[in-house]
Design a protein around this ligand. Structure first.
Ligand code: GUN
Length: 281
């Protein structure tokens, strides 16, 4: 059977490391603070925001919480971001996405000062990643790199295939694997003969958005399989983009859902907040 990559354990380890780091920073008079903004009361967003605030409290990061009504105008939201950009004691600003339809998401992302862009979504952060300069990196792909490294999986020289080209996962994932000297292919909904492409992968990252689409016909024997998807199946049980039971016997390592990639996102968000505070001084 394959190595099961335990994201719950690895994220807990990262959070412990951060907790110690934050305690040490406090002794030197450096505090860490994340501002979290939610517009509207989408239940899934409320759960994510709640989990982020809980993680902050655990690590010793202060959090400022802004729960704005659905009717908030774009001008009001941008004014709040501007105020937080200027606020010395705020190290990170996170606007939970999606925002209501009457607000331009790109304008919101652009409004966050790049030095406080702990989500790594700002065009400057994405551009910096692209040309190998310093900047915050999107948390889910950054978490996947940590999963691989901390599981002893070598990336350099490997054939890496990313399925999905979103700004939040697919594109930054491809750039990070490239930075680690992988040979990277990005596949997507218009890729011809997807199986032929994914069968080349030593490391396959599935961010497709379709429950259990990736079966063993897509996998090279002995590949490492990273599953970014999270869905509910017909029995209301969580599942990923990968058909785990079908794929597990033919791969060398695999992330489960839940407990694989998911827990890493918040851990990396916390890491970005601590880094922002440390860099400021
Ligand atoms: N909505 C879903 N995932 C994310 C995320 O990583 N950051 C933000 N800001 N919103 C999200």
């Amino acid at each position: 059977m394959p190595q099961i990559i335990n994201g719950k354990e690895i994220s807990a380890q990262i959070k412990e490391e951060l907790k110690e780091k934050v305690a040490a920073m406090k002794k030197e008079g450096i505090s860490v603070c994340l501002a979290v903004i939610q517009v509207g009361d989408d239940p899934a967003s409320s759960v994510y925001v709640g989990n982020k605030k809980k993680a902050c409290a655990y690590i010793g990061i202060a959090s400022l919480s802004y729960e704005l009504p659905e009717e908030t105008t774009q001008e009001e939201l941008l004014a709040l971001i501007d105020k937080l950009n200027k606020q010395e004691d705020v190290d990170g600003i996170l606007v939970q996405l999606p925002v209501p339809e009457h607000i331009d998401e790109d304008a919101v992302i652009r409004a966050i000062a790049p030095e406080k862009d702990v989500d790594g979504f700002h065009p400057q952060s994405m551009g910096a990643l692209c040309i190998g300069q310093r900047g915050f990196v999107s948390c889910t792909p950054a978490g996947i790199i940590q999963l691989l490294k901390r599981s002893g999986i070598e990336i350099a020289g490997k054939e890496c295939v990313v399925i999905g080209r979103s700004n939040i996962v697919g594109k930054p994932m491809a750039l990070l694997l490239l930075r680690e000297n992988g040979t990277v292919t990005v596949a997507h909904s218009r890729t011809k003969d997807l199986k032929e492409v994914t069968k080349r992968a030593d490391i396959l990252v599935a961010a497709v958005g379709k429950p259990r689409m990736i079966t063993r016909e897509y996998i090279k024997e002995g590949a490492v399989v990273i599953d970014v998807g999270i869905h509910r199946n017909e029995n209301n049980k969580l599942c990923g983009d990968v058909d785990y039971d079908d794929v597990a016997p033919v791969c060398s390592a695999i992330t489960p859902v839940p407990g694989g990639v998911g827990p890493m996102t918040i851990a990396m968000l916390m890491n970005n907040c601590v880094e922002s505070a440390a860099l400021k001084r």
